[in-house]
Design a protein around this ligand. Structure first.
Ligand code: SF4
Length: 337
């Protein structure tokens, strides 16, 4: 898929004190993309008056460049000890995206240029945790690969972790611009997980993200380069022909990974869920969305949150587990939620 290029760039004054900030400014000025200086990457003031929908569209097409000031990392239990944030949001338009519904108007793809300070903060957190191995999740606030062609920040992190015996990095993504990682001597300290789904879900809801084929090709290249690789099937949805479509997805994955049938592949399975709050935001941003917000086969979990009911969840779990076991007998299902 063609890598994201913004329609305009907003740069925090302070970001120009860093080599990467100055490089990004020059890069887009050379390309004649409008570049404007801003005071803060957290509170972007738009010049235009816009409806919420126009603001969302505009924000998603804008690259914001800033300095990450909060270098105290939040916990990321149960998947990792800490969240490490090298960028925020993403240029994709997955209609169900939980990040997009949580970031409010700050939904613009945002990159941070003070990577050396972020790496220093990682060192401090490793020391503070006092664990034999401290784990970091790079995907809690963004798709960390979607903007890698602009910053190279994830590559710097992979290099950093490759030299540590006391820390591991986890990355989840749908994006395929991974060639810059293939020659890094990574020491298996970074684990990639590719988010995949049925053809229907990708076609209908995962706008501006790479196809399943591109994701599998990228995952294969990473596996071939020796990285630990896993898959996240999320959000799992009931839809017309869902059984055939998820079967086709697993068949395609098993065929793509036929060279690695005997090595470890892991799966994380996460069902579709929504809340009344996210439903309202999504329907405002995607008025034609086909996401199923009906109460059919769902149960209310409290606080306006809905998930599939037990019977439906069990049907999804057993069907997907059987598919995986049948085509990839050595694969491990880490969890189903
Ligand atoms: S790729 Fe991930 S972060 Fe980007 S819009 Fe889709 S779900 Fe959100």
């Amino acid at each position: 898929m063609k890598a994201f290029e913004p329609k305009s760039v907003l740069i925090e004054e302070q970001a120009l004190d860093y080599e990467l900030g100055a490089e990004i400014k020059e890069r887009y000025e050379d390309k004649e993309v409008p570049v404007r200086m801003i005071e803060s990457h957290n509170r972007v003031k738009w010049k235009e008056q816009m409806t919420p929908l126009e603001l969302f569209e505009k924000a998603k097409e804008t690259l914001v460049v800033g300095v990450k000031k909060t270098l105290r990392f939040k916990s990321c239990q149960p998947s990792a000890d800490y969240r490490v944030v090298g960028n925020t949001s993403c240029p994709g338009r997955c209609e169900y995206c939980y990040l997009a519904t949580n970031l409010g108007s700050a939904v613009y793809p945002r990159v941070y240029v003070n990577i050396d300070e972020i790496l220093d903060a990682i060192k401090k957190h490793i020391k503070k945790s006092e664990k034999e191995i401290t784990t970091f999740e790079a995907s809690s606030s963004s798709d960390p690969i979607a903007l890698e062609h602009i910053t190279g920040v994830l590559g710097r992190m992979i290099n950093f972790f490759s030299q540590r015996d006391d820390a591991l990095l986890r990355v989840a993504t749908k994006f395929d611009n991974i060639d810059s990682f293939l020659n890094i001597d990574h020491n298996e300290k970074t684990r990639f997980r590719y988010s995949i789904n049925s053809a229907y879900v990708i076609r209908e809801f995962e706008n501006l993200t790479p196809s399943l084929t591109s994701r599998l090709q990228a995952a294969y290249k990473l596996k071939e380069a020796g990285y630990p690789v896993g898959f996240i099937i999320a959000p799992i949805m009931l839809h017309e022909n869902w059984k055939q479509e998820y079967k086709r997805m697993i068949d395609k994955l098993a065929t793509a990974f036929s060279d690695f049938q005997n090595s470890e592949l892991s799966f994380e399975l996460i069902m579709f869920r929504f809340s009344t709050r996210t439903k309202n935001i999504i329907q405002e941003r995607y008025p034609e969305t086909k996401l199923d917000f009906s109460k059919d086969q769902k149960k209310h979990k409290g606080f306006g949150k809905y998930v599939y009911d037990e019977e439906t969840a069990e049907q999804l779990r057993t069907y997907l587990a059987e598919l995986i076991k049948d085509r990839l007998p050595k694969a491990e299902i880490e969890y189903f939620v």
